[in-house]
Design a protein around this ligand. Structure first.
Ligand code: SF4
Ligand code: SF4
Length: 155
């Protein structure tokens, strides 16, 4: 089975382009308008405890749209990438903030998620220990997740 590190790397590789990317403001826009738009965009995203954007994850998209073709494609891609046996039926997840029961197996075991939820936090952004050692290790693999959580902390 793929490790947490491998899974997070897979998220980066497989999530839709731009899932972590900030919207590029048009030239000449005033800073406060850009800031408001970024805040609105952040609020519309479903963000995992670690900063992964679940709403851009193919597993989340396949689940929310009940898209069996995307389930099959994601299972095949993740299986090939990680030499793991992931079936289309495994591709069901309502996102990290969800209490389940539909949560991708590896995310269900994620220690960052368990820690944040144990502290009654949806994400690590408001944690007084931000960014703790395990989060820093994760950020080293997925620097975009830090950008996402740092963005939340500024709000
Ligand atoms: S919790 Fe679910 S939606 Fe979020 S990254 Fe993991 S598999 Fe994707
Ligand atoms: S200690 Fe805080 S920052 Fe670290 S994983 Fe737990 S909730 Fe997240």
């Amino acid at each position: 089975m793929l490790t947490r590190k491998q899974f997070c790397q897979s998220c980066l590789a497989l999530m839709l382009a731009g899932c972590f990317a900030k919207a590029q403001p048009a030239a000449g826009r005033k800073e406060d308008i850009v800031h408001q738009e970024e805040e609105k965009e952040m609020k519309e995203k479903i963000i995992g405890a670690c900063g992964i954007v679940c709403s851009a994850c193919p597993t989340y998209i396949a689940t929310s749209s009940d898209d069996d073709a995307l389930r099959a494609r994601t299972a095949q891609e993740w299986s090939q990438m990680y030499h793991a046996d992931i079936q289309a039926v495994d591709i069901n997840c309502d996102g990290c903030p969800s209490d389940g029961p539909r949560l991708f197996a590896h995310c269900l075991e994620c220690e960052i998620r368990a820690c944040a939820h144990g502290r009654k936090l949806v994400t690590c952004a408001p944690c007084p220990e931000y960014a703790c050692r395990k989060l820093q290790e994760f950020f080293a693999m997925v620097p975009q997740a830090r950008e996402t959580l740092d963005g939340l902390r500024k709000q």
